[in-house]
Write a protein that binds this ligand. Structure first.
Ligand code: DLL
Length: 433
């Protein structure tokens, strides 16, 4: 179903006019209200009056994750603080999170974009949506909740984890739609099989999955095991959360809500804009946001844009499912983790050497497992093993509180982690996604 045909199927020229008007407003507003953007625009000698067509966006400055981190927590706010009604965050590179602050209108835009997303995944007012994205500062849970409610569906706000309870509810409440990370959907299906539950016999028949990379093979597995249609959905905290782009029934690229979020693809090395069909770094500008609008945000996600007409009737530009990232950000069970965060935390723990290796596996259970190998001072190995145990527990505790993921720590003797003469290899990612 197309939730909002007026905007999703808009004639392209008319949409471009709308985008241009919104872009001009945005540039003017950011210049007036946010010193960070004013300084950047002044340095480039550009004002909103210099924007005459959409391509003129290339004259405007980029924004990076570092910019957001440096302006933490409220430096990029573009409206009076008392207009903010909700805040979300996700991990930043060295522990300072990325913050999205929403006004009432921003939440309405989010509702709209998630309603479009979930409607494209088949959600109607008759659905019972089991929402197993995490609730809290993460945008996944609230985003899918808002979308389902806007459509008029019934929402079960399960949040993530407690799989036995998820399966009980799935059966007893007859959930028809599932929203969670794709790896959690697979994990749940394994647990269901172990418990003798045949998911194909249950009413569950559709799902919107995202927040981490997944593949066509994973889609096929999920679709087979549940007897459902599985759709890819994409988004990021900096822009709105989930709801930036979504698959339709064609399952061939993700439609971007481009009247709200303007996409570009650039060469990550030169910053030059690339033509449609060419792979590069995805950049977004929020066209209507009021709380923390953002100009030309470099997502670090790699994809290309497609403008061929889609069989579903939507006229919005599509992005190919992601090919990866330009940085070293890992997504572990849906949580963004930078190796530098782990390094930072380790440095503060007495007894460890600055040598570590992060090994990521996806076992038979489909859930990511992380082993953190850390070199510790020799004396720990000559001492009682009790001390090693205490240190191991301490590192695991620190990592859990700083990164919000559980990982297994393996303490190793000095000089056992392979040294490299070039860039140190900090991550071995064995996941075959
Ligand atoms: O993951 C928002 C979200 C929630 C999207 C629920 C979809 C569903 P962040 O935690 O800020 O926000 O992480 C954003 O996750 O830049 C991508 O690298 C990655 N990502 C998100 N969706 C997908 C996807 C949410 N469908 C970062 N495929 C993004 C691959 C994805 N990677």
């Amino acid at each position: 179903m197309i939730f909002n045909p007026e905007y999703e199927c808009m004639e392209r020229g008319a949409r471009a006019q709308l985008q241009l008007a919104r872009l001009k407003n945005l540039a003017e507003m950011l210049y007036e209200r946010v010193p960070f953007y004013r300084n950047k625009m002044e340095a480039l000698g550009i004002r909103s009056g210099d924007i005459h067509c959409l391509r003129d966006i290339e004259k405007l400055p980029f924004t990076t994750k570092d910019d957001l981190r440096e302006n933490y927590p409220h430096g990029l706010l573009a409206c009076p603080k008392d207009r903010i009604v909700e805040v979300h965050m996700s991990s930043g590179t060295t522990g300072k999170p990325v913050v999205d602050e929403y006004t009432k209108n921003d939440i309405d835009i989010w509702r709209e974009s998630m309603a479009r997303t979930m409607a494209a995944g088949g959600c109607t007012k008759d659905d019972i949506v089991q929402n197993c994205y995490g609730y809290g500062l993460f945008t996944g849970g609230p985003g899918a909740h808002y979308g389902a409610m806007t459509i008029g569906a019934e929402v079960l706000p399960m949040s993530s984890g407690n799989t036995a309870r998820q399966l009980m509810v799935l059966q007893d409440f007859g959930s028809t739609m599932l929203t969670c990370t794709p790896s959690y959907a697979l994990y749940m299906s394994e647990e269901a099989a172990d418990a003798g539950i045949d998911l194909k016999k249950l009413p569950i028949c559709k799902g919107c999955f995202g927040a981490e990379p997944w593949s066509e093979n994973m889609r096929k597995e999920i679709e087979d095991r549940y007897g459902m249609k599985a759709y890819d959905i994409y988004g990021l905290t900096e822009i709105v959360g989930p709801g930036v782009s979504f698959e339709c029934e064609a399952q061939n690229g993700l439609h971007i809500n481009e009247d709200l979020f303007y996409p570009e693809i650039i060469d990550p090395e030169t910053g030059k804009t690339l033509p449609d069909g060419e792979k590069g770094e995805l950049v977004f500008t929020t066209l209507t946001k009021e709380g923390t609008p953002i100009l030309r945000y470099r997502t670090r996600d790699i994809t290309f844009l497609m403008r061929e007409p889609c069989s579903c009737g939507r006229t919005t530009v599509k992005m190919h499912r992601l090919f990866g990232r330009t940085d070293d950000m890992l997504i572990i069970r849906g949580v963004n983790v930078f190796p530098s965060q782990i390094e930072h935390a380790l440095f503060e723990i007495e007894g460890t050497e600055p040598q570590y290796l992060i090994v990521v596996n996806r076992g038979d259970t489909y859930l990511d497992e992380v082993e953190l190998q850390v070199e510790v001072k020799q004396e720990f190995f000559s001492d009682e093993t009790k001390n090693l145990e205490v240190l191991r527990n301490k590192i695991e505790g620190v990592m859990k509180s700083k990164l919000q993921i559980s990982l297994k720590v393996k303490l190793v003797e000095p000089k056992t982690i392979e040294r490299s003469i070039g860039k140190a290899k900090r991550v071995i990612d064995n996941r075959k996604i």
